[in-house]
Design a protein around this ligand. Structure first.
Ligand SMILES: [Zn+2]
Length: 90
């Protein structure tokens, strides 16, 4: 498989420099940082029309983003569990 050439582009939200494969330049560009605090506008963009800058260079930001998402996912059931438990102790 031929390596896809990437081009320099800018994040459509904050203007930060990022890279994008040449065949996806027509899509909306978003850096990982802006994707993390996703706006309503971003959510309206259909899947496949948004290129997220997920390169290994951004690994640190990406890891942070994933940790935050996991926190959000586990927070709700855990809180519920503790509330139930507390009620039983009374
Ligand atoms: Zn950005």
């Amino acid at each position: 498989m031929p390596k896809t050439e990437s081009a320099k582009t800018k994040c459509d939200w904050c203007g930060k420099e990022m890279e994008c494969p040449k065949n996806r330049l027509a899509e909306k560009q978003v850096c990982i940082k802006c994707f993390t605090d996703k706006t309503d506008e971003m959510e309206k963009i259909p899947v496949g029309k948004l290129h997220i800058d997920l390169r290994i260079d951004n690994f640190h930001e990406l890891a942070e983003f994933m940790v935050n998402s996991i926190d959000e996912m586990v927070e709700l059931p855990t809180a519920k569990f503790y509330r139930t438990k507390r009620r039983k102790l009374k």
